[in-house]
Structures are given as C-alpha cells and as structure tokens.
Design a protein around this ligand. Structure first.
Ligand code: 8YV
Length: 337
C-alpha cells in the first residue's frame, strides 16, 4: 500500500522502531552512522515530509531554504543545539526533541564518571591490563579522592541536574547548584539543593558536574578563569555538551594539578578529542554515551518516532507531538502549501 507521507531516518535505528514507523509512513533509513554535509541534508530533506536526525546533523536555514515539503524534524536527543529552531519556525517546520526519557540514565552516568575519575578506575584498569600488577601492592598506591560526604556542585539544574542531585543524598553529599533561574522551593527541598552564584559554586564545590544546555552564552562557561576558582582536589564532570568547557584550558589545569581529575563524555568538536586530554591519566574519557542504556536509547528512538508521526497526523498523538519545541507552528503542517 502506498503511504501518504515519506520520512528519512539519518542513522541506523532499532528495527522495531523503524517497523513501527513503517506502519504509517514510507521510511528511508540510512544503514550506516555518519555525519551528513549540509548539501547532503538539503538533498535528503527535499523529498520527504519529515526526518529523524541525530546531533551530528546540523539543520539550519541554509539546509531548509526553499524546502516546500518538509513538515517536521525530530531530533534524537534532548539537547537541540544542532537545530536552528527559529529558522525552522519561520519555515513552518515543527521541531521536536526527546526530553525526560533519558533523565535517570544520564544522571546515573554522571555519577559513574565522577566515581571513576575520583577513584581512578580507568587508569587502574589500564595499569592492570598492561600486566603491571605483579607481587605486592603498596599500601599508599592508587590513592584516589573521596566522593562520599563531599559537597557536590551542579551547574545547570534542569531535569537531569535534579536527578543527579537526588542521588547525592545516598552519598551523604550536600548539594549546591547554580542555574539562571532559581528552582521553586519545593523542588529545592526535594533535591536538598541550595542555589548559589556561579563563582561561589566553583569555589565551594568539592566536585562539580556540568549539566547545562549549550548555547552562545554558555560557550566556554568553564574556561581558564573558572578553572582557577575550583579546588585543586575537585573532580569536574561534563555530560552536557562539548564547548561548555574550554578543553585546552582544562587540559592545562589537569596537567598542572590545579583541578584533580575530570570525567568527560562530551568534547569540543567531537568526535575529535583534544590531544592533550587524551594524554592525561587523570581524565576519564567516553564517547558521548551518557544516555546509552538499552532501555533509554530505545525510549528515545520511540519518542522521536512518536513525535514524527504525530506531527504528520498519524498514530495516537496525531496532531500533538509529545515534545514539540516550537508550538507556535502548531497546525503548520495543515496550512503549509
Ligand atoms: C545524545 C544527548 O542524543 O540527548 C542528548 O542531548 O546528548 C545524548 O542523549 C546521544 O548521545 C546520541 O548522540
């Protein structure tokens, strides 16, 4: 049966999610994972009604210029700094993301990085695998930093920041946070978290986690000046976006022991990673996998598919994408000619 709408999926996705999409729309899905150029995106999007795309696909005014058909872009991520939402809105194209379904998994991973960096898990494993564990182990070898009982700082206190904060209770850690806007008192109470100015956060946090969205204001929110305010015994964790930390400045601070260790899941210009960071034993590095549990990545893919279908008027949420970023376009798919 021919379908009234066609969609493009820019990367390999769970087969069951593609099958679900195919019940309603014609699906063209890429079989390999790669970054698409603006010209490729323009060409792919010219002949479809909607697309599911990933963070490496940058959708801006240039990519959608003159496109008379496209009705929806469904991002496979909660962060959407790869989308020019005002440009999509101006073109009458709906934009969606995948909030909430990844909060807890991503919060777990932030703790994994903090613990691994503080307790030197990765470097100890590298040392062991290299066959260095022969004979006795010195009592004062492999000393790490405590996490339990220390003050946790969180910069950016959205839903993931709050999920991180709630876990701190189990570690006996008081939580300080900074966010552009202070949380309502009941949420602060529930998270046992106190708002402080950014500089105070940097100075007082024993360990600091970054969970803020990337935008022009947050570019290098942690640079040389901010790193100098941190405690030399602090661990810095970034699960948010590359570009929030000045990676070159962080590498210098880590090398000189001005910051004790770092756990980094995201990098400026990823998949490239600053060579100086790769050299450092006190940096735990991972390839942007904070949301990558089997259940959560499935839930993200399913939510992106639900958003796409709803925007095109299919499925149980027809006409009401569950996580619409530009509701001002509402109805745009009906009126677009
Ligand atoms: C990525 C993320 O989507 O949701 C986000 O904003 O950064 C991640 O969940 C995922 O790593 C795929 O790139």
């Amino acid at each position: 049966m021919s379908k009234s709408h066609n969609v493009w999926v820019s990367r390999p996705l769970f087969p069951e999610v593609l099958d679900h999409l195919a019940q309603y729309v014609g699906v063209q899905a890429e079989a390999t994972e790669r970054k698409h150029t603006a010209a490729e995106l323009r060409e792919k999007l010219a002949n479809v009604d909607g697309a599911i795309i990933g963070l490496s696909d940058r959708i801006d005014s240039d990519v959608i210029a003159g496109n008379r058909r496209l009705r929806v872009i469904a991002n496979l991520a909660v962060g959407y700094n790869n989308l020019d939402v005002p440009a999509l809105t101006a073109a009458g194209i709906l934009a969606t993301n995948t909030p909430d379904v990844l909060n807890e998994t991503t919060a777990d991973y932030a703790w994994a990085l903090l613990l691994a960096a503080a307790r030197r898990v990765s470097s100890a494993e590298r040392w062991l695998r290299a066959g260095n564990w022969r004979g006795g182990m010195r009592f004062d070898d492999w000393l790490g930093l405590d996490v339990y009982g220390k003050t946790l700082g969180i910069l950016g206190m959205g839903r993931i920041g709050q999920a991180i904060a709630r876990r701190a209770y189990g570690f006996g850690m008081p939580v300080l946070y900074h966010n552009r806007s202070r949380l309502p008192e009941d949420i602060e109470r529930e998270c046992r978290a106190a708002w402080v100015e950014k500089d105070e956060l940097l100075k007082r946090a024993d360990h600091l986690m970054l969970v803020l969205p990337y935008n022009a204001q947050n570019h290098h929110a942690i640079g040389k000046v901010e790193l100098a305010l941190m405690k030399p015994t602090a661990v810095l964790v970034n699960i948010a976006r590359g570009g929030i930390i000045d990676d070159a400045a962080l590498a210098v601070a880590l090398r000189e022991g001005r910051v004790a260790a770092a756990g980094l899941d995201v990098f400026e210009g990823e998949p490239a990673v600053h060579p100086a960071l790769r050299e450092l034993d006190n940096a735990v590095l991972s390839p942007h996998i904070a949301s990558a549990s089997a259940d959560t990545r499935r839930a993200m893919a399913q939510l992106a598919a639900d958003n796409l279908l709803a925007a095109l008027g299919h499925g149980p949420d027809a006409g009401h994408p569950p996580s619409l970023l530009n509701p001002e376009v509402r109805g745009g798919h009906e009126t677009k000619t």
